[in-house]
Write a protein that binds this ligand. Structure first.
Ligand code: SF4
Length: 235
């Protein structure tokens, strides 16, 4: 099944709730399967490559996207991990088809891989830089590449749940600036644990850490979780 068809967790229209495109209506195409294992992942239901999704042919997938999109012309390809080697060839095929049909395509990249063929095709790249609280490391060389090759069409995004996380990304930011003399576009998403209540204190703390260190980052809480609750899905 995998490798022959698209294995999709869900397809739904929603308003982007995080990052610099916050507030933008789009259709989310969420691939099923991720083996990165972030400790604070809020979508563990998308991890399994063998169950939890639906298989689509290209024609079926495009038909479903069109039905969900109605008048919308922006698609966010996310996961799971849409850049896992199992998915990547299909993600490129899909992106090509969508672009040819006049859609703008965003890719949500987990930060473990760079693929220039895909990044050239899409309109926007949201690229994760994982923090210590995730238990995952992102190579900083990936960020250097992104910042140099894709000015104006990327954001780096980091989930922060402690001052250790903040300090970690602050050091990475400094390394990039020292080496490239470029201020990267970098968004902090204060962490929300599914099932817990809205953590105002963490957001206020993050504002303070950022103010104290010169305001390098944009801090954008996840709007959809504030509106619909921290354990809501498909919003
Ligand atoms: S990359 Fe995304 S889906 Fe995969 S474990 Fe991390 S947060 Fe969850």
């Amino acid at each position: 099944m995998l490798g022959e068809k698209f294995y999709i967790h869900s397809i739904y229209p929603a308003t982007e709730g995080e990052g610099v495109l916050i507030g933008t209506p789009q259709v989310f195409v969420r691939f099923q399967g991720c083996n990165i294992g972030c400790l604070n992942c809020d979508s563990k239901e998308t991890w399994d490559f063998n169950s939890g999704g639906i298989s689509y042919s290209m024609d079926e997938l495009l038909e479903e996207i069109n039905q969900q999109a109605k008048q919308l012309k922006r698609i966010s390809i996310t996961g799971g991990d849409p850049m896992h080697p199992i998915h990547l060839p299909r993600v490129k095929e899909l992106t090509r088809e969508l672009v040819n049909r006049g859609f703008q395509v965003n890719i949500e990249a987990s930060g473990t891989r760079v693929d220039d063929e895909l990044f050239e095709m899409v309109s926007f790249i949201s690229f994760d830089f994982k923090t210590p609280s995730t238990g995952v490391r992102t190579p900083i060389s990936h960020l250097m590449h992104l910042v140099q090759q894709y000015p104006g069409k990327y954001q780096i995004k980091s989930v922060v749940e402690s001052s250790d996380d903040y300090d970690y990304i602050s050091k990475a930011y400094k390394r990039i600036f020292d080496q490239l003399e470029i201020h990267p576009v970098w968004v902090i998403t204060p962490s929300f644990i599914p099932g817990t209540s809205f953590n105002r204190e963490l957001i206020k703390d993050t504002y303070q850490w950022n103010n104290d260190q010169g305001g390098k980052f944009r801090i954008i809480p996840q709007q959809h979780k504030i509106i619909y609750g921290t354990d809501s899905l498909l919003v």
